[in-house]
Design a protein around this ligand. Structure first.
Ligand code: IPD
Length: 282
């Protein structure tokens, strides 16, 4: 067993347990609080699930560190160090959760020396567990995953998100990107409302491209290693090397398709995740 397999297995069992917490709250009326914008929401369940996860992991692995969406929103410093670190989004797709749109996921990534060692995306409503460990492949409910390998951009299904940004530059960039993709043309553009579940569609082979500007590291860290282990590629939206803190990501079935998409899409400026954020409620 690899050094980190015990952590992966523990993370999987916690996802199943806290997935039940999310499911039991899913049909209930939720109390919603706004964070960075009128479309950036948090509920009591997001906070509760993050606390449950961090408390269980800290009891078992007291030396490990955490980057958690709701802890950072509450003012904790976001700093990725060389220590073993769990990067947690307790509910990816909080807007979906609030509206009962049935795509929500727990996303947990684990890094050591700033390198991704494993990722877990648990899509609770449809009980789909996506996992990957570095060098050991990617799996959906235990069955191996393979990206499509598509190299012809005009045959691609592209997944993306509009996100929580509502300023003019972000909106014009996001909408003009979609127009240019449709003019390429690609076969279709889709959005499920959860970055993690969107991105793993490239690992499944149901989509050939996923790109996103403005998301955070906890939205896509786990899905990054799942796509890579399924044979897909992950880079910056401008075609350069992927940087988990940059708030830009482009995943694809092949390097050829990724580079072609990178020529077409543009990014709007976003503050990096690891810029000083203490107390700012990201
Ligand atoms: C959000 C979702 C959404 C994406 C946003 C994310 P959250 O995460 O992944 O699909 O468009 O950029 O912030 O807030 O639901 O964890």
């Amino acid at each position: 067993m690899s050094e980190w397999t015990e952590c992966l297995n523990f993370g999987v069992s916690l996802c199943k347990q806290t997935g039940d917490v999310i499911l039991s709250a899913f049909q209930q009326q939720k109390e919603v609080t706004l964070k960075s914008s009128p479309a950036d929401l948090v509920t009591e369940t997001d906070q509760r699930v993050e606390k449950l996860l961090i408390s269980a992991i800290s009891s078992r692995f007291p030396q490990h560190r955490f980057i958690g969406e709701e802890s950072v929103a509450a003012g904790e410093r976001l700093q990725l160090t060389d220590s073993p670190t769990w990067i947690i989004d307790p509910i990816d797709g909080t807007v979906n959760f609030v509206h009962r749109f049935p795509f929500v996921a727990i996303s947990i990534a684990f890094t050591v020396n700033k390198q991704l060692e494993f990722g877990i995306v648990y899509s609770c409503v449809d009980d789909k567990l996506f996992t990957a460990q570095r060098g050991r492949g990617a799996f959906l409910n235990g069955a191996p995953l393979h990206a499509s390998g598509q190299e012809d951009v005009s045959r691609c299904v592209v997944v993306t998100e509009i996100g929580a940004e509502r300023d003019d530059l972000a909106l014009s960039t996001l909408t003009s990107n979609i127009c240019r993709l449709l003019q390429l043309p690609v076969h279709g553009v889709r959005a499920l409302g959860t970055a993690a579940v969107d991105m793993v569609q490239v690992a499944v082979g149901g989509a050939d491209v996923y790109y996103h500007v403005g998301m955070h590291c906890w939205d896509i860290a786990a899905a990054t290693i799942i796509v890579q282990e399924a044979g897909g590629v992950v880079m910056d939206t401008d075609g350069s090397v992927f940087d988990m803190m940059s708030r830009r990501v482009l995943a694809a079935s092949s390097a050829i398709v990724a580079r072609r998409i990178a020529e077409v899409i543009r990014a709007f400026p976003c503050r990096r995740d690891d810029e000083e954020t203490a107390g700012s409620g990201v």
